[in-house]
Design a protein around this ligand. Structure first.
Ligand code: UDP
Ligand code: BGC
Length: 209
């Protein structure tokens, strides 16, 4: 089974440099850069990476650029969905809450299609990862975990109370009407790829959302 790491990215050059030199992940790395001035949309970038790469790989590791794995880095195939970022320095190597599903997750291709990918509607920081977990639960999919350790790269917080509230409201809407999963995700994804470059270390896509 062939897998790749997908990294949502914009304006974190130092982090990307460190990831590419220090994270010994042994899978192909694909960076999806948001090349517009809209609010950052981590989830949509990962959906785009999946769409662009789905014919070449069997499984996908959705990966924040500021988490550098160390120790036993097991990114091998798993037939179930698997949460990997469970021991992260920024959370003192503990889960911030029991259902935390952020940072790094592994999805076999078929399972990501079953949940219709991420929602495309979470703009700005927060909740898109919680919504992905909600999708997995609604589809009754097993979620496994691997306790992989991560060093955290420092950055200013991107948390904005207004966009966070908007995203919280969207999550409430999903809970009231889970059918929204069927109309918001991979099947409603719209974007444009503006460049596609292949480097020794990674593939770099730039996209407009
Ligand atoms: N990210 C990025 N540029 C941004 C915001 C986010 O590249 O301006 C990407 C990057 O991969 C980052 C991930 O989205 O690791 C999650 O965002 P962030 O690090 O802000 O979340 P936090 O670490 O605060 O949970
Ligand atoms: C946010 C998540 C985030 C987590 C840990 C939650 O409040 O909704 O998106 O990953 O906090 O920072």
């Amino acid at each position: 089974m062939k897998g790749c790491v997908l990294i949502p990215y914009r304006d974190r050059a130092e982090h990307l440099k460190t990831f590419l030199s220090d994270a010994n992940v042994k899978l192909d790395v694909v960076v999806i850069e948001q090349a517009d001035a809209k609010l950052f949309n981590r989830a949509k970038l990962l959906n785009i990476g999946f769409e662009e790469m789905k014919d070449k790989y069997d499984y996908f590791v959705f990966h924040d650029v500021d988490m550098i794995p160390f120790g036993n880095i097991d990114y091998s195939y798993c037939e179930n969905i698997c949460h990997l970022a469970r021991k992260v320095e920024q959370f003192e190597y503990k889960m911030p809450y029991a259902q935390y599903f952020g940072g790094v997750t592994l999805f076999p291709k078929d399972k990501f299609i079953l949940v219709n990918g991420f929602s495309n509607e979470y703009w700005g920081w927060g909740q898109e990862d919680d919504n992905l977990y909600f999708r997995c639960k609604k589809k009754n999919l097993n979620v496994e975990f691997r306790d992989i350790y991560y060093r955290s790269l420092r950055h200013e917080s991107n948390m904005n109370i207004h966009t966070f509230r908007k995203n919280s409201q969207l999550s409430v809407d999903f809970e009231r009407n889970p059918d929204m999963i069927e109309s918001d995700g991979l099947n409603s994804l719209k974007y444009e790829i503006v460049s596609h470059e292949t480097f020794k270390t990674h593939i770099h896509l730039k996209t407009i959302l």
